[in-house]
Design a protein around this ligand. Structure first.
Ligand SMILES: Nc1ncnc2c1ncn2[C@@H]1O[C@H](COP(=O)(O)OP(=O)(O)OP(=O)(O)O)[C@@H](O)[C@H]1O
Ligand SMILES: [Mg+2]
Length: 249
C-alpha cells in the first residue's frame, strides 16, 4: 500500500495543448481544444463556463476518468497517456478524491460504510478502516452520524459523507464537479468552507467545477471555459483571503 512520495515542486496538473473529441464522422464533437494549464500544489482552483463548455470533460481527464485525444497531461510530472488502465486505477485510488453533484452514496448503507469503501478497495484491515472512516466523518462535522444510512441524511450531510469518503485515503488532489449544485445557499456555503479548510489545513489541492460565482469566490483562481477553450485564468482575492485575514478563528 506504500505510495511513492510526490515531487514537491512539480505541478499537480500540467496540460499541454489538450484536445478531446467525442464520436466520429457526423457526430464528431470537439469538447476541448488546445487547453494549456498548470495547477500547483496547495492551490484551490474553480472551473467555470457555460453548460457544454467542457468543464466536466477537463475535470474527468484530470481524474483519469477519461482520456485525451491529443496533447499531453502530466500528473505530478508523469505523462498520464503512458499509463495502462491498471496504473490509472492505482493513480486514482492513491492520489485523487472525487466529489460529485449527486453525492453518489450507497443509500441503504451507513455513512461509515460508505466512507470505508475506498479503503476496502485498498485492502485495508477492518479495524483500521473503521478508525479512519470515523476520523474522516469527524473531520467533516459528522461525529455521531456514523451509523445513519445516507437515506436518513440531509443533502448537505450527504455531501459531507461524500467528502469524507473522498479524503479518507488522504488524496493529494480533490476533484469536485458542481459539489453544491444540489444544495441551497446556506448548505453550499458550509460545504465551501469545508473545502477551504481541507485545502488550507490539510494542503489538499482542490479543483472544483461550479456555475455559481459566489462559490467560485472561495477559490484562489478561476479558470473560465467557453466552447472547449480556456479563455481566462484569473486570481481571486475574495472570501478566502478574508478568511485568512480574520485571525484563524
Ligand atoms: N461521452 C460523451 N460523448 C459524446 N459527447 C460528449 C460526451 N461527454 C461530453 N460530451 C459533449 O462534450 C461537450 C462538453 O461536455 P461537458 O460535460 O464537459 O460540459 P460541461 O461544461 O461540464 O457542461 P455542464 O455545465 O452542463 O455540466 C458537450 O457538448 C457534451 O455534449
Ligand atoms: Mg459538467
Amino acid at each position: 500500500m506504500a505510495r511513492a512520495p510526490l515531487p514537491e515542486d512539480t505541478p499537480v496538473i500540467a496540460y499541454a495543448k489538450v484536445c478531446k473529441t467525442y464520436g466520429e464522422g457526423a457526430t464528431r464533437f470537439q469538447a476541448l481544444t488546445d487547453v494549456d494549464l498548470e495547477i500547483r500544489r496547495g492551490e484551490f482552483v474553480a472551473i467555470m463556463g457555460p453548460s457544454g463548455s467542457g468543464k466536466s470533460t477537463a475535470m474527468n481527464i484530470m481524474g483519469c476518468l477519461d482520456t485525451l485525444t491529443s496533447g499531453s497531461y502530466r500528473f505530478f510530472g508523469t505523462p498520464v497517456e503512458s499509463l495502462s488502465q491498471d496504473q490509472c486505477a492505482l493513480l486514482r485510488r492513491n492520489y485523487i478524491g472525487f466529489v460529485f453533484q449527486g453525492f453518489n452514496l450507497l443509500r441503504r448503507t451507513s455513512a461509515q460504510e460508505n466512507v470505508e469503501l475506498p479503503l476496502v478497495y485498498r485492502g485495508q484491515r477492518p479495524v483500521e478502516r473503521a478508525q479512519l472512516a470515523q476520523a474522516a466523518l469527524a473531520e467533516v462535522g459528522l461525529k455521531g452520524w456514523e451509523h445513519h444510512t445516507s437515506a436518513e441524511l440531509s443533502g448537505g450531510q450527504q455531501q459531507r459523507v461524500a467528502i469524507a469518503r473522498a479524503i479518507v485515503t488522504e488524496p493529494a488532489l480533490l476533484l469536485a464537479d458542481e459539489p453544491t449544485g444540489n444544495l441551497d445557499t446556506h448548505r453550499s456555503d458550509e460545504i465551501m468552507q469545508l473545502l477551504v479548510r481541507l485545502n488550507q489545513d490539510r494542503g489538499i489541492t482542490v479543483v472544483m467545477v461550479t456555475h455559481e460565482t459566489d462559490m467560485a469566490a472561495y477559490a484562489d483562481r478561476i479558470l473560465h471555459f467557453v466552447d472547449g477553450r480556456l479563455v481566462s485564468d484569473t486570481p481571486t482575492d475574495g472570501i478566502r483571503s478574508l478568511a485568512q485575514n480574520s485571525g484563524g478563528q
